[in-house]
Design a binder for this molecule. Structure first.
Ligand SMILES: [Zn+2]
Length: 319
C-alpha cells in the first residue's frame, strides 16, 4: 500500500488529505543539545512512550536526541507536548507523515555514544550554515558554482535524490569520513548538502569543514521539510525512511527513479539480500523475483554463484 504515504500531511500542511496523518501520524525529530543524564532521560522517555502506546526508535546521547515514533494522534500530541515542556527541547521541530499500526513493530529507546553514528571524533554540529528550503532552492537554481551533495547511504539514493546530486557509495553514515577523498574535487565548490531530516548534515557539515571544504551549506529540515514546501520540484523518486514503509513519496509530479537491480524495471521495492552474511538492501521488482527466486540475491552474490538453494538464511524469504 505504498501509494498511501505522503509527506507534510496533517498539521504542517494541508496539501494532501489530512485524515491519514490525523489517524496514525509518524513523527521525525532530533536536536543536538547537551543531555547530562542520558540513561536517566532514556528511562523516562521509555516510560512515557510505553504509557502512550507509541512505537518507534529513540536514540539518546550526551549530544542530544534523535527519534521517530508512530501512534494514535492523541498519543503523539501528548508526546510532543511533553517533550517541548522540557526546556532543552522547547524549540524542537516535529516533522509529520502518515503511518499505521504496522509502521514500527516495537519501541526501542537506546542510549548511544552519538545520536547518529559518524565515529569521527569530537565534532560540534554545525548550525550556522543552514539554508531553509526556499533559500536552498534559490541557491540550487541560481549559483553556477553550487553542487548538490547527498550524504545519505547508497540504497537511500537509489530510491530518490535531488536532480544532479552527487551521491556517496556508502552503506553506513560512519563510512563517510573514509569516503571524503572521493569528494576532494568539491573542496572549493559551494556544497549544498542534504539528508532526510537534517540530523546527519549537522555533523557531516562539521566534518567537511574540518577537512578543508570551504563553502558548505545544509538543507534545514532535510528532504522532508523541502518536500512539504516544494513537493517534487528538482526532486526525483521516493524518500527512504527507516521503518516498515521503506519509502514515502509525494504523488503529484512524481518522477520515479528506482530501478530493479536485476532487470532495470521501475520499482521502489526494497529487499535484503537473501544471503544473510551479505544482507545488502537493494531494489528488486516483485515480478522479477516471482519469475526467478534467485533474484532475491543481490547482484554481487548472484555473480558469485549463489542461488536460492545455496544461500545461507534463517528465515525463508516470502513475497
Ligand atoms: Zn548479497
Amino acid at each position: 500500500m505504498a501509494d498511501q504515504w505522503y509527506f507534510g500531511a496533517g498539521r504542517l500542511s494541508r496539501k494532501v488529505p489530512p485524515d491519514m496523518t490525523e489517524v496514525f501520524p509518524v513523527i521525525l525529530f532530533y536536536k543536538y543539545v547537551e543531555v547530562a543524564d542520558p540513561a536517566e532521560f532514556a528511562t523516562a522517555q521509555r516510560e512515557l512512550c510505553l504509557e502512550l502506546g507509541l512505537k518507534g526508535r529513540v536514540l539518546i546521547a550526551n549530544e542530544g536526541i534523535n527519534g521517530t515514533l508512530a501512534g494514535p494522534s492523541a498519543a503523539i500530541d501528548c508526546y510532543t507536548e511533553a517533550l517541548k515542556q522540557d526546556a532543552r527541547f522547547s524549540d524542537i521541530t516535529f516533522k509529520l507523515s502518515a503511518g499505521d499500526p504496522g509502521t514500527f513493530p516495537k519501541l526501542v529507546v537506546k542510549v548511544r555514544k552519538e545520536i547518529v553514528t559518524l565515529n569521527a571524533g569530537d565534532l560540534e554540529p554545525d548550525r550556522d550554515n543552514l539554508l531553509n528550503p526556499s533559500a536552498w532552492k534559490e541557491r540550487m537554481e541560481s549559483d553556477p558554482d553550487a553542487v548538490v551533495l547527498d550524504v545519505r547511504n547508497r540504497y537511500e539514493t537509489d530510491a530518490g535524490r535531488f536532480e544532479n546530486a552527487i551521491v556517496c557509495g556508502i552503506e553506513h553514515f560512519r563510512e563517510l569520513p573514509g569516503y571524503l577523498e572521493e569528494l576532494e574535487p568539491l573542496k572549493e565548490k559551494h556544497v549544498l548538502m542534504y539528508c532526510t531530516g537534517g540530523v546527519r548534515c549537522e555533523k557531516a557539515s562539521a566534518l567537511l569543514r574540518q577537512r578543508g571544504f570551504q563553502h558548505v551549506h545544509q538543507l534545514e529540515g532535510g528532504i522532508v521539510s523541502y518536500q512539504e514546501q516544494f513537493g517534487n520540484e528538482h526532486w526525483l523518486g521516493e524518500c527512504f525512511v527507516f521503518d516498515q514503509r521503506m519509502t514515502v513519496k509525494v504523488e503529484q509530479g512524481l518522477k520515479q527513479i528506482g530501478r530493479c537491480a536485476h532487470t532495470g524495471g521501475v520499482t521502489s521495492r526494497f529487499v535484503n539480500c537473501l544471503h544473510d552474511p551479505c544482507h545488502k538492501l537493494f531494489l528488486v521488482s516483485e515480478s522479477a523475483e516471482r519469475a526467478n527466486p534467485d533474484l532475491r540475491l543481490c547482484p554481487e552474490c548472484l555473480a558469485a554463484g549463489l542461488t536460492s538453494e545455496t544461500a545461507e538464511y534463517r528465515q525463508p524469504a516470502s513475497l
